[in-house]
Design a protein around this ligand. Sequence first.
Ligand code: NAP
Length: 364
Amino acid sequence: MHRRKAFVTGVSGQDGAYLAQFLLNKDYEVHGLVRWDSCMGKSDELARFEALGLDISRVHLHFGDLIDAQNITALIKEIQPEEIYNLAAMSQVAVSFDTPASAIEINTKGVLAVLEAVRLLDMEERVRIYQASSSEMFGSAAAPQNEETPMHPCSPYGAAKLAAYWLVKTYRDSYGIHASNGILFNHESPVRGEDFVTRKITRAVVEIEKGRCELLMLGNLDSVRDWGHARDYVAGMWAMLQQNQPGDYVLATGEAKTVREFVTRAFSHIGVRIGWRGCGIDEVGFDKKTGRTLVQVDPALFRPKDVNYLLGDASKAKAVLGWQPECYFDDLISEMMNADRQEYYNCKQNRQEDTAAFLWANRA
Ligand code: NAP
């Protein structure tokens, strides 16, 4: 029987790992693009596969780089996928202010490389493309945001993603390519990168619990986000490519929470009730029982321009794709906290305690 082939760029990332797992469960032949240094040495990002219990030998890995158009064309020609999921990106909004040219190079020109490859290889009618668009494209637009909301990105990341979004629409309309934009609101998981605020919080709370860290330092506590679970969102990506017609879809939970609420909930998981006092950069979070300060604001962690309020309306995805999330805010945080506590415990079990702390602090 014919096994459908999918090519996933960014397969070593959070969504890539969940998507690979999802597609393998559907008996796809999964091909993944990895940068050579993603799976070398101690920064072994493919550890995410292991964390999800995924046998890496089941994924066909191809070395490459999204910014190398010839490389992407050659791989698509060789693999002949029926579905391409373009997840690779410079995905850190804050970092995009420091490296805006990289954001454009990877997040915009990289998408162009995929679209042009499909066109130049005359694969328009044989392949379907998913583009990882982002709620950051909405930027300062009024909430709740849906597919009709005008977009006002507030970062190089958001602007680069918006240009890519329009390239996808343009190639769809001009060449009849089945290319869809998934406009995804924030989605997290136990394998979320540690440089993202949610994982930074859950890890720090575990370290504070274990006495390895004194304080959690954060930027804008008032930022409102709509946080879902990556596992639910990859199912939505797949559903978009199973439609007869391509389209653009918001995926979101419809629940708005502040960073402050995320912190409060994460601490409650270890039995600490957090109180808040002060405001702006002087605000602190403290243990209501002991009075000890556990959270402080660091102005250096503010973005030059922040997106204050992202809340998605995924009605279209629900109506057309039959998609809706299964995991919401509280369960998401519980799962992340449990995983980080377990990881800490595993480190401790396997080695002497000092070694464990060293590894915890320095792990990839
Ligand atoms: P992630 O964990 O940061 O993964 C990004 C992946 O892209 C990594 O595997 C990275 O590989 C790869 N990559 C970066 N530059 C590349 C290049 N030049 N060539 C090839 N691969 C490259 O991000 P994620 O959370 O899985 O997100 C997946 C996609 O969805 C991204 O496009 C992101 O912008 C978008 N998105 C995410 C969210 C969210 O909340 N998670 C929301 C909306 C949209 P290395 O390991 O080599 O760095």
